[in-house]
Design a protein around this ligand. Structure first.
Ligand SMILES: Cc1cc2nc3c(=O)[nH]c(=O)nc-3n(C[C@H](O)[C@H](O)[C@H](O)COP(=O)(O)OP(=O)(O)OC[C@H]3O[C@@H](n4cnc5c(N)ncnc54)[C@H](O)[C@@H]3O)c2cc1C
Length: 314
């Protein structure tokens, strides 16, 4: 499906725009699941000021969706109407170490690189980011983290290390948010949904570089042992309902015997879905909905999607 090309009309409203506008750009290659249709308009801002200028001049009725590393997303087969913001490493990928065991990172910096920079600088507490394949922007929106209380050394959550974030509002205003503004909860942030994060500061603590590198390596080992790391997936499909593990509910409901088109749940980690070659976003979403029905019928528990489903069906 292609969308009407609005790129010339939008460009005409913004003579001083420095970033790049592209009409009908395929999003699938940018996502972990490698499925989904195009963005009506893909915008790559040059820097935060350029993003603010763009949002200020973009007609208010046009929807905007920021894309991180798309490791927690199903883009539907019909693509995304309106604007998708795709950051470039230049302008949004910088990572700097600051006084007092702090790290400042751009929204498009990979979580893993933040953890590596922290290790090099002798900053502990950010090791959990080493195992999360997203970006800082995605970590802020999702309150990314891991928590099972079995090994605190390799666990943590974005909110525990958060100091402040910079964001641009839909009206084009650059704002700073503190911990209270972020309203972090389990795998989400209650900060206004239209904010586009551009940068964050995290607080760690003193820990010898070799120790932090060693913990990062243990994070990796743990991932490779217990999770899918070499297939097309989006991590945990559903949030863990209070008092339950989604993977156990899915397994016990017979979810591992289900396959829709080229999509099925992982036998290694039943809450991870896998997209095989030829899978469509429709296959994947239908599988998820079928799993929710099975679990509801078997246990009475309603699973809530953790993965974001974005855009329109084919
Ligand atoms: C193999 C695998 C393992 C995973 N393990 C974990 C895990 O242990 N813990 C965990 O929490 N997650 C895990 N995930 C899920 C995912 O990596 C996280 O949710 C991550 O934080 C998403 O970041 P992203 O940059 O990919 O965001 P995306 O998937 O691109 O986006 C996710 C949401 O964040 C929003 N967003 C992205 N960037 C910005 C921005 N700059 N401003 C505003 N909103 C933005 C998007 O609009 C969307 O709503 C895993 C995923 C995979 C594939």
């Amino acid at each position: 499906m292609t969308h009407p090309d609005i790129s010339a009309k939008i460009a005409a409203l913004m003579p001083e725009l420095r970033g790049r506008l592209l009409a009908n750009q395929s999003l699938a290659p940018m996502t972990w699941l490698r499925v989904g249709g195009p963005a009506q308009l893909l915008f790559t801002p040059a820097d935060t000021e350029d993003l603010a200028y763009f949002l200020k001049n973009l007609p208010a009725e046009i929807p905007v969706m920021p894309l991180g590393l798309a490791s927690n997303m199903i883009i539907r087969d019909g693509g995304v109407t309106g604007v998708v913001i795709r950051f470039a490493p230049r302008g949004f990928g910088q990572i700097t170490v600051e006084e007092g065991y702090r790290i400042r990172a751009g929204a498009f910096a990979a979580d893993r690189k933040v953890a590596m920079a922290a290790a090099d600088a002798g900053i502990g507490g950010l090791e959990f980011l080493f195992g999360i394949p997203g970006s800082v922007g995605g970590a802020l929106r999702m309150n990314a983290g891991t928590r099972s209380n079995t090994n605190p050394e390799i666990e943590g959550e974005t909110r525990e290390r958060f100091v402040e974030a910079t964001a641009v509002t839909r009206a084009g205003e650059i704002v700073t948010l503190g911990l209270d503004d972020m309203k972090f909860v389990y795998r989400s942030s209650g900060a206004p949904a239209d904010l586009v994060f551009t940068e964050a500061v995290f607080q760690g603590f003193a820990r010898a570089p070799e120790e932090v590198h060693a913990i990062n390596a243990r994070v990796q080992e743990h991932r490779e042992r217990d999770q899918e790391t070499k297939v097309r997936t989006a991590g945990s499909t559903f949030k863990n309902p209070p008092g339950h593990s989604s993977w156990r509910l899915i397994r016990d409901a017979g979810g591992l015997d289900l396959r829709i088109g080229q999509a099925e749940m992982s036998r290694k980690h039943a809450n991870f879905l896998i997209a095989h070659d030829g899978a469509t976003a429709h296959d994947i979403e239908m599988l998820g909905e079928e799993i929710r029905s099975l679990v509801k019928a078997k246990s009475g528990v309603e699973l809530e999607w953790e993965v974001k489903r974005i855009g329109v069906p084919a």
